[in-house]
Design a protein around this ligand. Structure first.
Ligand code: GSH
Length: 204
């Protein structure tokens, strides 16, 4: 059976967890505490950069969230999470890459502040502009469709962006200027896979 090494607060782990649920696959969850479990020799042997998530498929171990998602899509295509159409596939990929390469780094100062850190006003201002540029880009790419790159079914782009964007209001970034993204966030948050993987405190 597939095995997902994860942490319940890790957004990257959650992306893989949601994909496994959306694909209706059987899997086992192996929770790690990120205050030391990730440095244990057995884990470093499968995850040399001491990150979760790791997916184990038999004795094949995969790291890197986007690579894991690609693997699941290729190996378990019955419930497809990527569009076939060239333009739609490009939209889905762009959203995944922009989330990881542009949005995630820009969120760091907001995350630090939400955990009680002192927000550097200059950094917050610059990051705020970057986040706004991403949200505008996403709002336009989503258009009038319910999902990124699809009018009918959820895609990997929704899964990758959909654990970050709906979180923004909690970080003090309003979605009020992006009504399509706001409705999309609500749509995703109400799915059983999002509900089941809501961030929860680390297991005791
Ligand atoms: N590029 C990796 C990043 C994974 C990552 O940063 N994981 C974090 C949790 S979201 C982690 O394991 N942190 C613990 C550590 O690095 O020691 C991916 O996309 O999977």
């Amino acid at each position: 059976m597939l095995k997902l090494y994860h942490n319940p607060l890790s957004t990257n782990s959650r992306r893989v967890w949601i994909a496994l649920l959306e694909k209706e696959l059987e899997f086992e969850l192996v929770p790690l505490k990120l205050n030391g479990d990730q440095f244990q020799p057995y884990f470093l042997a499968i995850s040399p950069f001491h990150h979760v998530p790791v997916l184990a498929d038999g004795d094949f171990h995969l790291i890197e969230t986007l690579a894991i998602l690609d693997y699941l899509e290729a190996k378990y295509p019955a419930i497809a999470l990527l569009p076939q159409d060239a333009k739609d596939l490009a939209i889905a990929r762009m959203v995944q890459m922009v989330t990881v390469n542009e949005l995630t780094p820009a969120l760091s100062p907001f995350v630090r502040k939400s955990f009680g850190g002192v927000g550097d006003p200059e950094k917050l201002e610059k990051s705020g502009q970057q986040v706004a540029a991403v949200l505008r880009f996403f709002e336009d790419l989503l258009g009038d469709r319910p999902f990124f790159g699809s009018s009918s079914a959820i895609t990997l782009a929704d899964i990758v962006a959909g654990v970050s964007v709906p979180w923004l209001p909690e970080l003090g970034v309003s979605l009020d200027n992006y009504p399509k993204l706001q409705a999309w966030s609500e749509r995703l948050n109400s799915r059983p896979s999002w509900q089941q993987t809501q961030a929860s405190p680390e297991p005791g």
